[in-house]
Design a protein around this ligand. Structure first.
Ligand code: ZN
Length: 142
């Protein structure tokens, strides 16, 4: 308790060294999992593609299914790659001592939020405004 307060007065970031190293391990662990997932997805995709290439006669409905499946896999791969980038950027911020601050307003990101999502770059307030903005944008485009 007392230690956390002491850190807070000398650092704009409220995280103590031990909290920071816990979060760093979380991010590293997350990145490893994502890398493993990405590898699996890529293997699946390759297997699927060679399966398509090897089947001479492909029923039209089946072809559509395979194509739809490939799109899902591709967007999943893209999502995984983006999440890996988020992990890398979080690790950079930890190294630079910028970790734990909101990228938008510069306020501290709540510890509970970082524990739940160690790669979070926005505080709760900015995140909810961003989501509203995104939801609004989507609604407007329809
Ligand atoms: Zn903010």
């Amino acid at each position: 308790m007392f230690k956390a307060l002491e850190v807070k007065t000398m650092n704009p970031c409220c995280l103590s060294d031990s909290q920071l190293s816990t979060l760093k391990r979380e991010v590293q662990f997350l990145e490893e999992q994502l890398q493993a997932d990405l590898k699996n997805e890529k293997c699946d995709k390759t297997a699927e593609l060679s399966l398509v290439a090897s089947s001479e006669v492909l029923d039209r409905a089946e072809a559509v299914n395979v194509m739809a499946g490939q799109q899902t896999v591709s967007s999943h791969i893209k999502q995984l790659e983006e999440e890996i980038l988020e992990c890398k950027s979080a690790l950079h911020r930890i190294e630079d001592g910028r970790y734990g601050g909101c990228e938008n307003c510069g306020e501290e990101i709540e510890l509970n939020r970082l524990m739940a999502n160690p790669v979070a770059v926005l505080c709760v307030g900015c995140q909810s405004r961003y989501e509203l903005y995104r939801a609004g944008g989507k609604a407007a485009s329809f």
